[in-house]
Ligand binder design. Sequence first.
Ligand code: ATP
Length: 513
Amino acid sequence: MTLPWPSVTLRGILESSKEFAKKSVWTSLSCLKTFHLSSENFSLLCLFSIKALLSAHDTIALKDYEPVLPPMPEDLPDDEEATRIVCLVKNKQPLGATIKRNEITGEIFIARVIHGGLADRSGLLHAGDRIIEVNGFPVDGMEPEQVIQVQARSHGTIMFKVIPITERPVHNQTMLYVRAMTDYSPQQDPAIPCADAGMSFRRGDILEIVDQTDALWWQAKKLPSSTACAGLIPSTNLLKRKQREFWWLQPYQPHTCIQTCECAQFSLCSAPLVALHYSLSCYSALNSPYEEVVRYQRHPEDVHRLIALLGPSGVGVNELRRRLAEMNPNIFQGPVPYTTRAPRGYEESGREYFFVSREVFENMVYHNRFLEYGEHKGNMYGTSIESAKEVLNNGKICVIDIEPNALQAVRTHELRAFVIYVKPPTLERLRVTRQDSYITTNYYVNRPFKDEDFQEMEEAARKIESNYWQFFDHVIINDELQDSCVELLTAVMKAQDEPQWVPASWIRPTSES
Ligand SMILES: Nc1ncnc2c1ncn2[C@@H]1O[C@H](COP(=O)(O)OP(=O)(O)OP(=O)(O)O)[C@@H](O)[C@H]1O
């Protein structure tokens, strides 16, 4: 689709090319004179330059440029500067603007112009402009849907007569990048001004917010972005409001489609607020539907980022962590855990475990010094923040496995965890790959996998994904063990050496922190 050109512009191209040719000739001549070339060379070069310029001019002048725009209307009103005629070339792309009607006066206005869309790129239509005519049809008093029909009927070009907004508000847009903490589908949102102009996203997606001028509807692009055109998404405040309403009004029903809304991308701006389904299962999604992020690359002299592995029981988190440590124990290391059990003969405090009394352990729990802790056969076990930091301060890469409830404790400024989710492959692939593997459960140590184990693993994975997907920096499907080890090593090195999106609060204070 080509850019919409106002009719004056094509003519302008021809005029400016002639002007350019003239100017270039004079510039060339004066330059050559300045360099005191011999009169013979000077006249030769002049000849070449003139020939080339004239030939370029002739080529441009002989060409027919498509499409041919309609002539400008002759009956333009006297107060001409008050109105503007805008001709856009129609193609399959939507116009990239929404309209609204003043319910008292019946006047039609441009409600918003979508960033990077056709109207925006023309630079000729702006939010607040009043539309008087579309293709010669006066639109005052029409319903927005009727206006859409008028513009939909036109072929080739579409002409708007508008009264430009007198004082366009100046918005100093600051670039904002966020990680979506919830799913959103404009097609399931009856409140969106125009579903076709909306942009869907999933938890964990990185969004570039290109326009926050509207308090309710922001414009954003999903990264990495292949499109120039932004889409509408609910603002933080709007999502929070909907989440609160939904929280009070409805029992949790996953993925309920309440109502679908059809509308062309040129539609009424305001719509009634209807309670929506958003994933509310995660506490932090309720706190903030978007997490502000920044691009962060670890400085080679900084401590490494913590690597946190997470997955359903039996998927192979320990196996992968063990193999990674074996690859190079000088680089990869786990933190030394704490326990209240008595040391065995060969064990040394600070090597296998830190052996501490229950009183000391409970004191550490009280002061939030554990990333995770639990009780097993009457003894307490736990991984402390200090143990992880000690590995990192020694210049090594600390690799730990965590339960989902430790996510908040590791996603901090001091540990800067890179979270890797280990996902089971399909049931068929589990049956094939785990034929010679053994599982340890609450009741058995090392017994062969059964089909029920695989089903439980799949079910646990579904729950983890539906609640925590937004926190995963990388996902490994643990199918063939060897491939997973290679993928893990690659991801771990990328986390340390390549730029990553991290919460902005890790780098600088934010309004949320
Ligand atoms: N890709 C794989 N192919 C075959 N066997 C695997 C694979 N990954 C792990 N295993 C095996 O599956 C078994 C369970 O793995 P592991 O103990 O690492 O699970 P886990 O995720 O740490 O579970 P838990 O948290 O319950 O300890 C082990 O015998 C391990 O060798």
